[in-house]
Design a protein around this ligand. Sequence first.
Ligand code: SF4
Ligand code: SF4
Length: 107
Amino acid sequence: QMLSGALINGKELFKRIVDSLPSALEKRGFKSVKDAIDSGERQKESFEVRNPVIDHDKCTRCGLCVAVCPYFALSMDEKVEVDAAECFGCGLCESRCPVGAIGGVLI
Ligand code: SF4
Ligand code: SF4
């Protein structure tokens, strides 16, 4: 997630995370990262996975999305297919498609 986040949003993402960490910890009542880890608290908000939708009319079958998917959720035979059970909704495929043939993941 950290890798695909940086690939999509740029490596400045890491600086934003580091810069916002002290206030995020304070807001949740933690004194340190270790304090947060030791608490065993998990993120309460649920993460809704959005699977990519392929526009097969636009798709040039370049194969880039299949190559970059870190979860091996895409395959291509006659056309690009999405394995919804494997897709984590990271959005990397959508961000990398050179012709904008993928939608539905990134907001
Ligand atoms: S990256 Fe885009 S154009 Fe290339 S195969 Fe995937 S959907 Fe098609
Ligand atoms: S959203 Fe991420 S996990 Fe899902 S198919 Fe695209 S690259 Fe793979």
